[in-house]
Ligand binder design. Structure first.
Ligand code: G3H
Ligand code: ZN
Length: 288
């Protein structure tokens, strides 16, 4: 069933586990995420990026997720979320389409501008009863196996705990995306999470903290980050890699098939398995 983020986040906060926010871009990945949540009896966040909205269309992708949530996914709580919203018009359209959780990513802007843009979205979104995720600090990385050149001083891009309280108070956001050492994409080299920084941020605010760039993070480190205060864990690249690797294998092995269903089904099953594994790591399995 479709629910508001606050309905699943309260229990996660009270019991100290992580919620998985998985990116979808098509029917197969959406179905795989729902089936995994069902198999694991877990609440789930399904998120779309502006690129996915441009690819599928806002109403088709919204209705696809809603339809799964209300039918095969009727037994599990499902949240629809806009990931890395940058464009006010798209954010507005998402809210009108029924999203009750949106991310405004103004993290590439100077702080004052980030605060002003985020505040504007919060004012608008709260009229819909929607929650807004703000972002403080910068996340590096991109699609693929990325080699990243980071600024020498981590304080130039990681979230500064000292700025958190004022940022949350000024913007009135409901959840906070933090930069604590992870990178978007599959980062070449070990992704270290600055756990002390997570703890220091969690001391400054009670609102749920969101970890971006979680693909490729060692499960033991992910668990520690959740214990330190991370409540929502965003995962995209791991699903893309699973989907595409399996697709390449299927296409190369079964040259006589022309039925898209036969070609796509193994990828769907593989994505489901990856999501199930992640839900077990995050601790949200069997939490309904
Ligand atoms: O917003 C989406 C996430 O931050 C995904 O990061 O592609 O490294 O899993 P990832
Ligand atoms: Zn992200």
């Amino acid at each position: 069933m479709l629910v508001h983020l606050k309905e699943i986040v309260r229990k996660a906060q009270a019991e100290g586990y992580g919620l998985g926010a998985f990116n979808t871009s098509n029917l197969e990945v959406t179905k795989a995420i729902i089936e995994a949540a069902l198999a694991k009896n877990s609440p789930i966040i399904i998120q779309v990026s502006e690129a996915t909205i441009n690819y599928v269309g806002l109403l088709p992708v919204t209705n696809l997720i809603k339809t799964f949530a209300q039918n095969s996914g009727a037994k599990i709580p499902v949240v629809i979320h806009l990931d890395h919203g940058k464009n006010f018009q798209i954010i507005k359209a998402c809210l009108k389409a029924g999203f009750r959780s949106v991310h405004i990513d103004a993290s590439d802007k100077p702080l004052a501008q980030n605060v002003a843009m985020t505040k504007k979205i919060v004012n608008y979104a709260h009229h819909f009863g929607a929650w807004v995720q703000g972002e403080l600090g910068s996340l590096y990385g991109k699609e693929g196996l990325a080699k990243i050149k980071l600024p020498k001083n981590p304080n130039d891009y990681l979230t500064d705990p000292k700025k958190v309280k004022v940022y949350v108070a000024k913007t009135k956001i409901d959840t906070l995306a933090v930069s604590v050492g992870t990178m978007h994409g599959f980062y070449v080299g070990k992704e270290k999470i600055d756990l002390n920084r997570v703890r220091a941020i969690a001391q400054e605010t009670k609102i749920p903290l969101v970890l971006h760039g979680s693909s490729g993070v060692n499960p033991a480190i992910l668990k520690k980050a959740i214990s330190a205060g991370i409540r929502i864990v965003n995962i995209d690249t791991a699903l893309r890699i699973t989907f595409t690797k399996t697709l390449r294998k299927t296409v190369s092995q079964v040259k006589e098939f022309y039925d898209p269903r036969k070609i796509l089904a193994p990828s769907m099953a593989a994505v489901q398995k990856t999501v199930e594994e992640q839900l077990a790591i995050l601790g949200s399995a069997h939490k309904i």
